[in-house]
Design a protein around this ligand. Sequence first.
Ligand code: ATP
Ligand code: MG
Length: 338
Amino acid sequence: MKIKKSLLHKTFAKLSQIKVLVIGDLILDEYLIGSVERISPEAPVPVVWVRNEKQTLGGSGNVVQNLSSIGVNGIVYGRIGNDKAGESLERILLSNSVAKEDLVLLKSKTLPTILKTRIIASHQQVCRVDREEIVPLTEAEEATILETLKQKIKESSAVILSDYDKGYLTPSLIQSVISLCNAEEKIVTVDPQVSHFFLYQNIHIMTPNHHEAGKALGKKLASDSEIESACREISERITPDAMMITRGEKGMSIYERKTNTFYHIPTVAKEVFDVTGAGDTVITTYTAFVASGMSIKEAALVSNVSAGIVVGKLGAATVTQPEIEDALRTLGYLDEEV
Ligand SMILES: Nc1ncnc2c1ncn2[C@@H]1O[C@H](COP(=O)(O)OP(=O)(O)OP(=O)(O)O)[C@@H](O)[C@H]1O
Ligand SMILES: [Mg+2]
């Protein structure tokens, strides 16, 4: 398959006009970077001399960062704690194409902001320190969210559920979001958690990796035919428009339910440095491009190419429009005819 250059440019132009709503578990990723010069006199552990610190968006925040990088404004629903990490998250989200009125954060009085701190010495992770309490939203919190959600769904072109199973996406909130979106005729795309797998009924698409889809069905998924029957089986149970299973170094497979057709796309990554966050890039680019007018197959192709770019970068990376166009051209996926 090829993508017409004129369609690509039309879609790029549309990206800056739409908003995509991201609902899910916000995480702050923190990096303390330094070197080890000695062993501690207090215990047999290295002493890391910190020279540099970095904070980035994790969890559903990484979806927001991916949106921002391709020029799409986000509307964000999530929960933070009443703490410094929460303030950092808020500040970083505001600098990633989210307007103040589109940042709808619940500030918990009792829970901390989910914070994952990596201590890195000479390019090696020494240890990770996690601060999180996984507690589902209370009924009162859900009610607060639902007060504004309908209006924000109206203002958006698509909704991404970025489920990291940290408590924000409760079964009842998932159901409320999907029914509001269906009423407003807005597509919902889901990066699922295995524990919620069959709750995401009547969505546009779900994008689990092959391990998650296999776990949900209780079988191992490796061959194309095993992936195809998994897509059919899941689709029968949740009736989405389409089903996507990402397959790591094997690329991805997409099933369109209405036409009963499969599309297997091989990976295009030349060099693989870091696969962290590739799944976030897939759901973000797919959703933004479909919401801006591409077909399911075209958007899937763009998302696979985008994932191929980010796995060649370090950390939870993102892509830009020029990088996508260059990669499509280099890979022979771009039809330059006008
Ligand atoms: N080792 C790899 N080599 C080449 N491409 C890869 C590799 N791993 C991932 N990709 C690309 O990234 C896409 C998504 O990766 P994957 O299936 O690992 O998702 P995931 O497990 O959900 O990722 P995440 O770690 O973000 O949750 C794949 O469809 C593929 O295009
Ligand atoms: Mg994933």
